[in-house]
Design a protein around this ligand. Structure first.
Ligand code: SF4
Length: 252
């Protein structure tokens, strides 16, 4: 699909009155499991563009041409919309502004909360990777009567894997230094922290399932549970208003 066609599709997209404005700002991006796909503009735009993709084969040249066009068209669409609102995203920051932004980024990256969350992500990925084959064998060796348990174990692995990436991403966003100190920035930090907290709770529940059924990994699982509990306390200490933040749709 050509860039101009994509831009036209985006410009013509009409959000349904049933959609929940901004719901995608504080979700976990797990659309496959989201109960709000029919009320989310972000999901609907994605579906609409997907329908117009000529090929979804990653090896297909046309797929990558389409993908490049999609990125370029989306960028231009956003730039035009911002220009209409008086923003020029092509204005480069001054040297001083750039230095300050780099300093702020480094501060966020070196924040103990961010470090803890990223270390957890790495440990979880490493653990899942090392034990993936083993876990497959264990599941296959179980009897048919244990299929429900197998499903629960597979699901728990999916949950911990998904949220291990989302948790540090949302914590990093919550830690971004406010630029203006406006209320909206604090709300965004609380909303992001709330998504991280929800991911932590779901991961704890998933590890509990793994703990129940995979005694082989008891020590590892207990370590993850301790790490996540500590992480949760750290998030709550830093963002005490996060639990009360009202996420559109999810907290209605
Ligand atoms: S709100 Fe739901 S459908 Fe929309 S982007 Fe988030 S997870 Fe996907």
């Amino acid at each position: 699909m050509k860039k101009a066609d994509i831009k036209k599709l985006l410009a013509d997209f009409k959000t349904s009155g049933n959609n929940i404005p901004g719901i995608f700002n504080y979700c976990d991006y797990w659309c496959e499991r989201c109960p709000f796909t029919s009320r989310c503009s972000n999901f609907q735009v994605g579906e609409m563009l997907d329908e117009h993709q000529a090929s979804k084969d990653l090896k297909n040249k046309e797929f990558w041409i389409n993908y490049a066009n999609l990125l370029a068209a989306t960028f231009e669409f956003i730039r035009d919309k911002m220009a209409e609102s008086g923003f020029d995203i092509m204005t480069l920051p001054t040297v001083e502004e750039r230095e300050q932004m780099d300093k702020d980024d480094a501060e966020t990256e070196n924040d103990p909360l961010s470090i803890e969350a990223h270390e957890y992500m790495k440990a979880c990925h490493d653990w899942c990777e090392v034990h993936f084959d083993e876990q497959e064998k264990i599941l296959k060796s179980r009897k048919l009567a244990e299929l429900t348990i197998n499903h629960a174990i597979e699901d728990a692995f999916s949950v911990v894997t998904w949220y291990s990436t989302l948790i540090p991403a949302k914590i990093s966003r919550a830690l971004i230094k406010p630029l203006t100190g406006e209320v909206v920035e604090k709300q965004d930090a609380d909303g992001s922290a709330k998504v991280a907290l929800s991911g932590i709770d779901r991961s704890i529940a998933a590890y509990t399932v793994l703990y129940e059924h995979l005694s082989e990994y008891e020590d590892d699982i207990l370590r993850f549970l301790v790490t996540l509990s500590r992480l949760k306390e750290m998030v709550l200490a830093r963002f005490p208003d996060a639990p009360a933040y009202h996420r559109p749709g999810f907290d209605d």
